[in-house]
Design a binder for this molecule. Structure first.
Ligand SMILES: [Zn+2]
Ligand SMILES: [Zn+2]
Length: 254
């Protein structure tokens, strides 16, 4: 499995793009940034987007991707998959002909640019050539993490979450897991804010490590750009042999 980091951050800044990963060149895991990280031919190769939740730093890139797909001549389309409340929000609050055109009916309802698919929680489902299990996590809006597997290797993707349990339990005992992609948004001094917004800090990650499947590397994403250095220093004190921050634009092969 090839995982390209299109956006590694929990916000946007100069050279910092919001969270998005491209698996095997054709499946997005979240879409905070897409078009700003890929050429048009690379965008046209995208067939699926698996979305953790509807916050803009995870979906904003999808709206521009749909525009690229709509105006090309090859009939490209993307299927956006997530749990029910996330699909409902994307339909009703994003692709609603107010904030953005309803590309699920453009250019024609029979051959739209966007298709929506509701994933069933806690059930392993086929998305393209991957197996995906959505598991609800603890965030300020309905959100899922995912266990993503290609039959031989896989990763656990947290999406946005504070301390959680079910996702780690789902992954326990699964063969072929290679890494945990875990969010961290705020430095330790903003712990109270992290608690309200339901995000991780390095101190919370230190406690979370005991619950995670052992021996897997923990790859951090979703650091807010303004805290990058501070969070990096705090994470380095946890377990630098196990915990590292993902590098944007790098491709990880597992
Ligand atoms: Zn986020
Ligand atoms: Zn969020």
């Amino acid at each position: 499995m090839k995982i390209r980091v299109l956006g590694a951050f929990g916000g946007e800044g100069l050279g910092h793009r919001p969270s998005s990963f491209l698996v095997n060149d054709k499946i997005l895991i979240d879409g905070g940034s897409v078009t700003g990280a890929l050429t048009v031919p690379q965008q046209l190769a995208i067939e699926h987007a698996i979305v953790s939740h509807a916050h803009l730093d995870h979906v904003a890139g999808l709206v521009y991707l749909t525009e690229t797909l709509a105006f090309c001549e090859v009939g490209a389309a993307v299927t956006i998959s997530s749990i029910d409340p996330v699909i409902t929000t994307l339909r009703g609050s994003v692709f609603n002909n107010v904030l953005w055109p309803d590309f699920s009916k453009i250019p024609h309802p029979d051959v739209p640019v966007v298709k929506f698919r509701t994933l069933i929680e806690d059930v392993e489902q086929r998305v393209s050539d991957l197996w995906v299990t959505p598991v609800a996590v603890s965030h300020s809006v309905p959100a899922a993490g995912f266990v993503i597997h290609d039959g031989s290797t896989g990763v656990i993707y947290s999406g946005d979450t504070g301390p959680t349990e079910a996702l780690w339990q789902t992954a326990r005992g699964l063969r072929g897991l290679r890494a945990i992609i875990l969010e961290c948004a705020f430095p330790n001094r903003l712990g109270p804010l992290a608690q309200v917004a339901k995000h991780m800090t390095p101190a919370l990650i230190r406690r979370e490590l005991d619950k995670l499947p052992p021996d897997l590397p923990v790859w951090i994403f979703h650091v807010k750009p303004q805290f990058h250095e501070e969070i990096g220093e705090e994470l380095a004190h946890i377990d630098s042999s196990r915990v590292s921050i993902l590098e944007q634009d790098r491709t990880y092969t597992i």
